[in-house]
Design a protein around this ligand. Sequence first.
Ligand SMILES: [Zn+2]
Length: 432
Amino acid sequence: MTVFTPRPGLEFLSPDEIRSVQEELLRRHVTYAATASPYYRELFAHQGIDPATVTLESLKSLPLTDKSVFSSRNSEFLAVPREAIVDIVLSSGTTGQPTTVMYTESDLHRLTYNEEISFASCGLTASDTVLLTCTIDRCFIAGLAYYSGVRKLGAAAIRNGLASVESHGEIIRRLRPSVLVGVPTFLLKLGRHLLSQGTDPQSVGVRKLVCIGEPVRDRSLAFLKAGEELEFIWGAKVYSTYASSETITSFCECTAQCGGHLHPDLAVVEIVDEQGCPLPCGEVGEVVVTPLGIEGMPLVRFRTGDTGFLLDGPCLCGRNSVRLGPILGRMRQMMKLKGTTIYPESIYAVMDTIPGVSEYFVTASSDYDLSDQVRVYVAVNDGSCSEGVILERLQAALRVRPEVIITSEETVNRWRNAGNSRKLIRFIDERK
Ligand SMILES: [Zn+2]
């Protein structure tokens, strides 16, 4: 058994002090995984790994764990007797089959602490009232995490869940939350709904928006169109937070808004290339997380499948912990076009800035192994926005030219609304 011990304020110490505490926590975590987790016990014994000698430097020599092995050997990751489990969730697997993630009481305390310090870092206090527009049930962990963090902070939570914009609009008018937590495209829809009802979103007292599930910034940390519009329509500060249910670790932007802080008592984060080799700070690759102090299903070097980059150096907020930049895409959505790697998100970032583009979606198919066929279906609301103009902008930013097809707004919307998710569909992957 292991119990997570929070180290509040660790991230404000010097980088050397952080490193030394983190190394000790890492060694303890890896030793626990090697002892209590049947999966890691077998793996480390087989590879002759002595957990007592693991350092932050030698961590990179340990094997990576990906979602497919976590899914196929799921029960072997459980490191505690089943009676110690208090919450069970499902995370989206790689094959469409959901994977089970089990938490102990200590894991839920850790989760609560993580969200408490994350919300505090973007300026939330006990006097805030927070409207949660995400589900707290349905076998998801995110909503419960936000709710627990808000409570621990002493702020007030309004759990209106996956309700309609009409319902959230009514709640906002009646209860006047100061903070909204939700998917950016939904928060935008909510703001537009209030406007259509004659209520100016800037007048209702919302001062912060915590965005989940979709990035709001690009590679240079500048706002994507959705982030910019959100600040404009709500007159509120926009913060981004990123997490995954397997690693039970979230990275939330601080008031300086330049990347999501790693809380060093909660995890070690690395960025690796396609072969799994660690990349230096600033380079883009897959986000790999080793969450520290997890009791139920401990993980070592977990490949999240998301691509991003790290930022180091002291932050304006006074923290000295490394920051995770915006998520730039999903590894499995990575496309190879004439030898160049692109992600759907890099196409969105360009499309969102072209005047006259109203709606669009991207498809990927594969004709042969080495190159993908990438098409962008676009509806335009301005005659001057032609295929040539769009191609030119895409080529300038991506250095390759996907195919551009101008079509009707009706066609684009039919595709974009095809799923039953709160997020609009922007990418259709037809590759084998
Ligand atoms: Zn900061």
